[in-house]
Design a protein around this ligand. Sequence first.
Ligand code: KIV
Length: 256
Amino acid sequence: MDFQERIRQKKGKEKIIMLTAYDYQMAKILDQVGVDLILVGDSLGMVVQGYSDTKSVTMSDMIYHTKAVTRGAKKTPIIGDMPINTYNTPNEALVNAKKFIEAGAHGVKIEGNKPEVVKALLDAGIPVQGHVGMLPQMADVYRVRGKKPEEAKQIFRDALELDRLGVFSIVIECVPEGLAKKITEAVKAPTIGIGAGKYCDGQVLVINDMLGMDLSFKPKFVKRYAELNNIIRDAVSKFVKEVSAGVYPDEEHTYH
Ligand code: KIV
């Protein structure tokens, strides 16, 4: 059974777990713990590169990180997030999606409802993950989408269209849980929520957010499963103190 079928079969039975990873070591941990999907998200623009959004991320950035992740994850399907302006036309999408597949990704994610693009990728045998709701590549401000009836209807229609085209799953980002529930019940493809409540078929978070790497960043939907920022600070402070005091390196850490 291919990975798309395994993900599809979980709908309504088992929750789907997706997390982002951008490097070898993190991918190795996720692979060993066991998640259903690893997303090499263009969120790396913020959490790795330090930009305020995802709009500066390029194909070569994404391929660099995808290759690193594929070296760490040996069994988990890896999804490459196509960056802004790399899938404006079906042909452009095809050229760039193939680069992800050559780099070791098993499928690609694209934001929004672009039927011609999705169709071209699926016709070429490239698995596609959809993404509706708040679309970071298009957003001026990051806020909940679909509170207004017209916006909610459009998000619902986009999800239905992506489902009809045959995407293997749909990320729903930052929408009220009632809308995510309605979409989840209406589509065949599993939905994977981020800030979209408990009724989605699965959940995804940006790994740096759930590990508490940046304590100044805490949107409502992010639960911190660790506060690595504090752990790293403590370790670095100890190193600074011990080197300054001549305590490190000691006998145990010295060659003779
Ligand atoms: O870029 C990313 O990490 C994403 C997730 C937030 C779904 O698109």
